[in-house]
Design a protein around this ligand. Structure first.
Ligand SMILES: O=C(O)CCC(=O)C(=O)O
Ligand SMILES: [Fe+2]
Length: 347
């Protein structure tokens, strides 16, 4: 079996308890979105609000994304990762452009047992070149597409458009659930920095020591995740801190609240920690869509929710572009300081 490279070894406290990861009925709500096309959304809005408050995670069915498209997307992701390493390395991400293929990401300074391919929902996304607060220089991120599979680009661009539609619908439901107008957040997505990631988690001989993705919170607004039937995603339950597996459900998407909604809602909806455990036998694929604001957006608690001072703001404002640039930089290599987090802006 050989030895595990120490870069992958989780601290003792963060190693998974593999006995507890059997697929139990998890309690994470599954929400049927068919009411969206029927026009009566009141009940739906209240279900979304409860799920955001109690779990920060839920699954959706009848979401409008054609299942044939997802089948195509999953097949193509698998074909891409099966290419020889030198083919994949032709679209490798680098220090300047963080889009493309990457196989050595670190989460909280421990290496993840995975390989990924990232692309932007809007090609040529402009972000700050530097994380330094006063630096004004900009950088354009661009997509890198592999030559093979031949239809790769076309299929993934179509997929981005479809998931984006779902993202905006969910955004309206979240706004309504907070008592805000449905379009309250829509203006924050001009020049959006949203991206899609293809994840492949190879079988791992050391699932008790390594993780597919270490514990983390998603930094953006919402994440919309497709996973295959293998399982491995775990959510830290708010009520008791237990790690709960998210059961694979055919044709469902997993939605989670990101840090930006936590700040907008002034902590009413919290971004919840999650991680991915690996197993010795099966590879696993997942495809998150990270729905993220435009680079100029200042993220802060929404004025109307502060109730004229009765609910004082818990965060000072921060610039999304700088936050994103800082994260992108610090995800790239192992570092010895904590990554930027929203708690750094807590009042
Ligand atoms: O693969 C998964 O199920 C989750 C991946 C994830 O949390 C992430 O990439 O942020
Ligand atoms: Fe995540």
């Amino acid at each position: 079996m050989g030895e595990l490279d120490p870069a992958f070894i989780q601290d003792f406290d963060h190693r998974p308890n593999l006995k507890a990861t059997e697929l139990v009925d998890d309690g994470i709500p599954t929400i049927d979105l068919s009411a969206l096309s029927e026009g009566d959304t009141q009940e739906l809005v209240s279900e979304i609000g409860h799920a955001c408050q109690r779990w920060g995670f839920f699954q959706v069915v009848n979401h409008g994304i054609p299942s044939e498209l997802l089948v195509k997307v999953e097949k193509m992701a698998k074909e891409f990762f099966e290419l020889p390493a030198d083919e994949k390395l032709k679209v490798k991400r680098d220090e300047v452009n963080s889009m493309g293929y990457h196989d050595s990401e670190h989460t909280k300074n421990v290496r993840d047992w995975k390989e990924v391919f990232d692309y932007l929902v809007e090609d040529e996304t402009v972000i700050p070149a530097s994380h330094e607060p006063d630096a004004e220089e900009l950088r354009t991120l661009t997509n890198q597409w592999p030559q093979c599979p031949v239809e790769f680009r076309e299929v993934f661009e179509e997929y981005a458009r479809e998931v984006e539609k779902l993202a905006f619908k969910l955004l309206s439901l979240v706004a309504l659930s907070l008592g805000l107008p449905e379009n309250r957040f829509s203006g924050f997505f001009k020049g959006q920095t949203s991206s899609i990631r293809l994840n492949r988690y190879p079988p791992c001989p050391f699932p008790h020591l390594a993780l597919g993705v270490g514990r983390h919170k998603d930094a953006g607004v919402l994440t919309i995740l497709a996973q295959d039937d293998v399982g491995g995603l775990q959510v830290k339950r708010k009520s008791d801190g237990e790690w709960i597996p998210v059961k694979p459900t055919p044709n469902a998407y997993i939605i989670n609240v990101g840090d930006v909604i936590q700040v907008w809602s002034n902590d009413k909806y919290e971004s919840v920690e999650h991680r991915v455990v690996v197993n010795t036998e099966k590879e696993r694929f997942s495809i998150p869509f990270f729905f993220q604001p435009g680079p100029n957006v200042m993220v802060k608690p929404i004025e109307e929710l502060l109730l004229n001072g009765e609910n004082p703001p818990k965060y000072r404002e921060y610039n999304w572009g700088k936050f994103f640039a800082t994260r992108n930089r610090s995800d790239f290599k192992k570092r010895h300081v904590e990554n930027i987090q929203i708690h750094h802006f807590r009042l």
